[in-house]
Design a protein around this ligand. Structure first.
Ligand code: ZN
Length: 118
């Protein structure tokens, strides 16, 4: 069963943000690698890298748990593309919010996602 696109897109954006910030950290450390200040504070850069990773991991955990809670509240009938509640709408169909199509295995996909996001 596939992951809802709204979840995969968010995870992709978070991965890009982490890689970008780590690369920036690498560039900054390279630029300042010969300064006395950096040589005395390498642990700050390592700590900043760890903090970036932990902050984004916490963000993913919190937002996915909130989305799983919303899916449960909507009886596992959320638009897989935008998260709009499709309670009372036929499946398959088109989301009234984003206009994208969703199919009949919508509830199954959200149940699997919500089960993993506990
Ligand atoms: Zn939608």
């Amino acid at each position: 069963m596939m992951t809802p696109p709204i979840v995969s897109k968010r995870r992709g954006r978070v991965a890009v943000a982490i890689v970008t910030l780590m690369a920036l950290l690498g560039v900054v450390s390279r630029i300042f690698s010969h300064t006395a200040w950096l040589q005395g504070h390498v642990e700050l850069l390592v700590g900043a890298g760890g903090a970036i990773f932990l902050a984004f991991s916490a963000y993913v955990l919190i937002t996915e748990r909130a989305l799983a809670a919303r899916a449960r509240e909507a009886n596992f009938r959320l638009c897989p593309h935008c998260g709009y509640s499709l309670a009372g709408h036929e499946a398959p169909g088109r989301c009234p919010e984003c206009g994208k199509a969703y199919d009949a295995d919508l509830a199954c996909m959200w149940r699997v996602f919500a089960g993993k996001a506990l």
